[in-house]
Design a protein around this ligand. Structure first.
Ligand code: SF4
Length: 327
């Protein structure tokens, strides 16, 4: 890049992401980044970004980054007036549940999730009728209305701890079938599940893992528990995106593959340019609806705002707060 006489914040930031973003693409991002930085100050706003956001969002404008659990925990600590969620709609709802008095923005209201769309509040009520007295554990990848029908929430990072904290021998765990089956393999608690799937992680196959090992000798395979159980059986490590990051930080495998959404590898690779990341790319179309341009617009207009019916919010908040109390 040509040195600027009048450096802008974006000039400094390019160094962080030069391994992930070609120099020729950077000018297309720089104006939005500078404008977002100014607007964050003017609005007293913070940006929460999920691990699946692209590097120019994750590394350049986000204030808090992480997986669903980390974002939910951090959302309870936010002091700003405005929270922008660079993630999907259920994450913005969770931020609103935990910060009812703040303005919570989701830059694209249509940023959904195949898991959240797989189940309705009526489905949960029917399951309760079918299994009276069995507690309902709901993955955070659900609408606030579904959380409101639940006893407690969980994430892929704390699902086992949440289930075992209930002290029962059977739970209903919704809506991710594969996460439920993968957790069932680790606990003696019996799990009744639903048939929701993540459209990104369900695409990985055990045959693909074997092919990766053949094509890239010595590769260490990290898989996400939203993937089918036979994929996890072929992997060297299984865990949430936060657990994957921690594994890379501590073990530093020279050659590795993260079987999860593509931007996760891009974001972790920015921190470890010396490691060889193999990158099969399964992209989440919902996460990719969030861009610098629509974050910029959301901060300018303070729209679209997330709102949740008060009664639903009160019940859903309880389920999230119960989860956050589990350590
Ligand atoms: S990656 Fe899967 S679980 Fe995450 S938002 Fe996309 S569809 Fe939902």
């Amino acid at each position: 890049m040509m040195p600027s006489l009048d450096p802008r914040p974006s000039d400094r930031l390019y160094d962080k992401v030069r391994h992930a973003i070609p120099a020729i693409e950077w000018p297309a991002f720089a104006d939005d980044i500078d404008a977002i930085m100014d607007l964050k100050r003017a609005r007293n706003a913070v940006i929460l970004a999920h691990n699946y956001q692209t590097p120019e969002i994750f590394h350049c404008v986000a204030d808090i980054v992480g997986d669903s659990l980390a974002l939910a925990r951090e959302a309870t600590q936010v002091e700003a007036d405005v929270i922008v969620v660079a993630g999907v709609h259920f994450m913005a709802e969770t931020a609103k549940l935990l910060n009812p008095s703040k303005t919570v923005l989701i830059p694209d209201r249509d940023a959904g999730c195949s898991l959240a769309d797989s189940i309705t509040p009526a489905d949960v009520r029917l399951l309760r009728q079918r299994y009276p007295g069995v507690p309902v554990v709901t993955y955070v990848n659900t609408s606030a209305a579904v959380k409101a029908e639940s006893d407690i929430c969980c994430t892929s990072g704390n699902a086992k701890a949440v289930i075992e904290s209930l002290g029962v021998d059977r739970v209903i765990m919704l809506p991710d079938e594969y996460l439920a089956r993968n957790i069932a393999a680790e606990t003696s608690v019996r799990i009744i599940t639903w048939t929701g799937h993540c459209e990104v992680h369900e695409l990985f196959t055990a045959a693909e893992v074997r092919q990766l090992r053949e094509d890239h000798p010595g590769v260490v395979v990290l898989a996400h528990p939203e993937s089918p159980p036979d994929v996890l059986a072929e992997a060297d490590f299984a865990g949430s995106t936060a657990a994957m990051s921690a594994y890379v930080a501590s073990k530093r495998p020279p050659r590795l593959v993260l079987l999860t959404e593509c931007s996760m590898s891009d974001n972790v690779a920015v921190q470890y340019p010396d490691l060889d990341f193999i990158r099969p790319c399964n992209l989440c179309p919902h996460m990719k609806r969030i861009t610098l341009a629509n974050i910029h617009r959301a901060l300018q207009t303070l729209q679209p705002q997330v709102s949740i019916d008060d009664t639903v919010a009160a019940r859903a908040r309880l389920a999230v707060e119960r989860m956050l109390a589990v350590r």
